[in-house]
Design a protein around this ligand. Structure first.
Ligand code: ADP
Ligand code: ADP
Ligand code: MG
Length: 681
């Protein structure tokens, strides 16, 4: 076995690899850019080598710099993680030339699978079912239209070199085919430096289901079941689960066997993923093979008990697989939610900045993958697991240079419903402040009836959130539970307040028992009977709820039990009540005495300042272009200016018709969130 390995990556995946290496007694070398001096992966590794400035193309993906780090530390093997150099055959060749082991497949497999056209041809030869389409290269838009008609609309226009959801367009008619061909070609040229395009049938009602394979260098290969990744935004995965709620045993076996056949056809050795698209009738078609560790690999580990990183290292060291297909388990259900620094309320624009608060839920019984391979909570092993793969820490910076993923939160339980329920509680408990993030959106997905029924397709987000995400309205039973909790919490806060103000005498008597709670337009009259263990909250309409918790005023997180079921609330203080966040909702909760409530009803509602006549900067960034001038009349949807953040240019558009009355920012200005860029009449 290797004594030392270098991890040619950063962030959560570098941390993940270090954990398994450490468990195996292998010492680890991290590499880092200027932006990552303080990063978690650097702290976790035994050694760390600085390799250059923040942009990845000047540090993490410069093969020479990584090779130099290997030489200077004497690492015998390299794990590339995902992204960066993981599917770069030149890197694998450079390692081979110096006798350093690549913890990944052979060069030939990377090359064959790295190109979508080539891999599709290999797949057909290996007897794998592929999407019907045209396999040749397409020269111009006219030819694209002709071929699209032969295949039959809708079609998918794809870049052969594509990846990460880029260089891909759906077309439903000739015009879209013409347009899609051009934009795919342009995007492919700029993103991959390779503009070869092909066209295949667009599979309707598509579900993305992929097979994890694992092969050794002795000709053995197994599949470790599937992951369903249909919840995607712009072809990028957001929520994944294993197994898939859609597959039956026969389809699973057929897909698994084809995936292994494909791997064997390219002499695959290592962990890899064969992606399929599955239609409403459970016909499945090969999409591509990712010749690396996949982002969403933890859910496979949770249902099979296999440590994929450990297996990758073992086969890279020449070991034989220690188990066969018959040994592969499919135990329970696992779900992964990707927490992104993307603001769902602002069209999922990337957000950067300091994590002023970062408190993930505690990991529970996450199997061999916690530090030192221990089950953190042995008592709950077999009942549930919470696993959080991350590369950030409180006080750390989410920088503009890399992927905006903050963490991968996974839960496991014997059944899908239980795994979802644990995920809801874990999301409620996850505290992230300082940057925009998609936690509320993930919470909304976990509560969505289509997701709960397991009926999603890859169009789920687009179809269910066509106008973006505006938070959720909670159903009445959930509001009632929160009202009971807030009534009890308010009483605790009032007791504290009277004590602090020095009125120690009979304070219990001074704090009333009648409270009117209003939230999300609902009004609940409550009467509290408190005792040593908690409070019983009686509602005006007769119902009753038992609330217990160890919350004290000032805690930003309240873990309560309401009628025996857990309720976790993020709590902020506002005048006369709380700001409560729970299950994707952001609520203003008022708790008043009956008299205050009566008066409040007579008060005119406070109107929020009208920002509809302003263009606010949605994220910290650099203004690169202003397209309009004072006095211009703009139409709905018209481009107003461009803001650059996280290497992406974001075009800000007019929400409605209007006339520009003032412009406060010029190209070159750096703006903060909510800075007013321009105003309208
Ligand atoms: P997965 O199916 O594991 O999510 P993706 O293909 O979507 O895999 O990408 C995995 C990671 O690699 C992401 O961080 C993505 O941003 C990055 N990535 C994928 N393809 C490319 C590419 N061609 N160039 C740069 N980064 C890429
Ligand atoms: P990438 O390399 O960017 O990951 P993929 O070929 O894996 O590209 O496709 C990414 C996503 O696009 C898939 O997960 C699926 O949702 C969708 N997709 C790709 N091809 C098709 C198709 N022929 N029909 C329907 N959806 C498709
Ligand atoms: Mg893919």
């Amino acid at each position: 076995m290797f004594k030392k390995i270098l991890i040619a990556n950063r962030g959560e995946i570098a941390c993940r690899v270090i954990k398994s290496a450490r468990k195996m007694g292998i010492s680890t070398v991290a590499i880092y850019s200027d932006a990552d001096r303080q990063a978690l992966h650097v702290e976790m590794a035994d050694e760390a080598v600085h390799i250059g400035p923040p942009p990845a193309n000047q540090s993490y993906i410069v093969i020479d710099k990584v090779m130099e780090a290997i030489r200077s530390t004497g690492a015998q093997a390299v794990h590339p993680g995902y992204g960066f150099l993981s599917e770069n055959s030149k890197f694998a060749e450079a390692l081979a030339a110096e006798g350093v082991a690549f913890v990944g497949p052979p060069v030939g497999a990377i090359e064959a699978m790295g190109d979508k056209i080539t891999s599709k041809k290999v797949a057909i030869e290996a007897g794998v079912s592929t999407v019907p389409g045209y396999m040749g290269l397409i020269d111009d838009a006219d030819e694209a239209v002709k071929i699209s008609n032969e295949i039959g609309y809708p079609v998918m226009i794809k870049a052969s070199a594509g990846g990460g959801g880029k260089g891909m367009r759906i077309a439903w008619n000739d015009d879209e085919a013409r347009e899609g061909f051009q934009s795919s070609k342009n995007e492919a040229a700029s993103s991959f430096g390779d503009d070869r395009i092909f066209i295949e049938k667009f599979i309707t009602q598509p579900r993305h289901i992929e097979i994890q394979v694992l092969c050794d260098s002795h000709g053995n290969g197994v599949y470790l079941n599937e992951r369903e990744c249909s919840i995607q935004r712009r072809n990028q995965k957001v929520v994944e689960e294993a197994p898939s709620p859609f597959l039956d045993a026969a389809t699973r076996k057929a897909m698994g066997e084809q995936a292994v056949a494909l791997a064997k056809a390219v002499d695959y050795c290592s962990a890899g993923t064969v992606e399929f698209i599955v239609d409403g009738d459970r016909n499945f078609y090969f999409l591509e093979m990712n010749t690396r560790l996949q982002v969403e690999h933890p859910i496979t580990e949770l249902i099979t008990g296999v440590d994929l990183v450990e297996q990758m290292i073992r086969v890279a060291a020449g070991e034989k697989l220690s188990f066969t297909q018959d040994d592969v388990q499919l135990n329970g259900w696992a779900i992964e939610n990707r927490l992104y620094a993307e603001d769902p309320y602002r069209g999922f624009l990337p957000s950067i900045g300091r994590l002023s608060r970062y408190r993930p839920p505690e990991e529970v019984a996450a199997g061999p993958l916690l530090d030192n391979g221990k089950w953190q909570d042995e008592a709950r092993a077999g009942e549930m697991a919470v696993r959080n793969d991350t590369g950030v820490y409180e006080g750390g910076e989410i920088s503009m240079y890399y992927d905006p993923m903050i963490a991968k939160l996974c839960t496991w339980a014997p059944t899908r419903d239980e795994a979802i329920e644990h995920m809801r509680v874990a999301l409620d408990s996850f505290e992230i402040e300082g940057i925009g993030h998609n936690l509320p959106f993930l919470a909304a997905v976990m509560d969505h009836p289509i997701f709960m029924a397991g009926d999603m397709t890859t169009a789920f987000i687009e179809e269910q959130y066509p106008d973006g995400f505006e938070g959720v309205e909670l159903p009445e039973p959930a509001l009632r539970r929160i009202a009971a909790a807030c009534s009890a919490m308010h009483r605790v806060a009032e007791i504290r307040r009277t004590r602090v103000s020095g009125r120690m005498d009979n304070h219990e008597r001074k704090v009333g028992v009648d409270w009117v709670v209003t939230l999300q337009g609902q009004r609940y009259e409550t009467v509290i009977a408190a005792d040593h263990d908690g409070a019983t909250v009686r509602f005006g309409d007769g119902g009753e709820m038992r609330v217990t918790s160890d919350w004290t005023p000032g805690d930003p997180l309240a873990r309560l039990s309401v009628d025996g079921a857990p309720l976790v609330l993020k709590v902020g203080k506002i005048s006369g009540g709380f700001r409560i966040r729970n299950r994707g909702a952001d609520l203003t909760v008022h708790v008043r005495t009956p008299r205050q409530a009566e008066l409040a009803e007579l008060m005119p509602e406070k109107v929020a300042p009208d920002t509809s006549r302003m263009l606010l900067c949605p994220m910290p960034g650099l203004i690169t272009k202003v397209n309009v001038a004072v006095g211009d009349e703009v139409q709905e949807g018209q481009a107003l200016c461009a803001v650059e953040a996280m290497k992406m240019e974001n075009i800000l558009r007019a929400e409605k018709k209007g006339t520009v009355s003032k412009i406060n920012a010029n190209p070159g200005d750096s703006l903060a969130v909510d800075d007013v860029i321009m105003e309208f009449e």
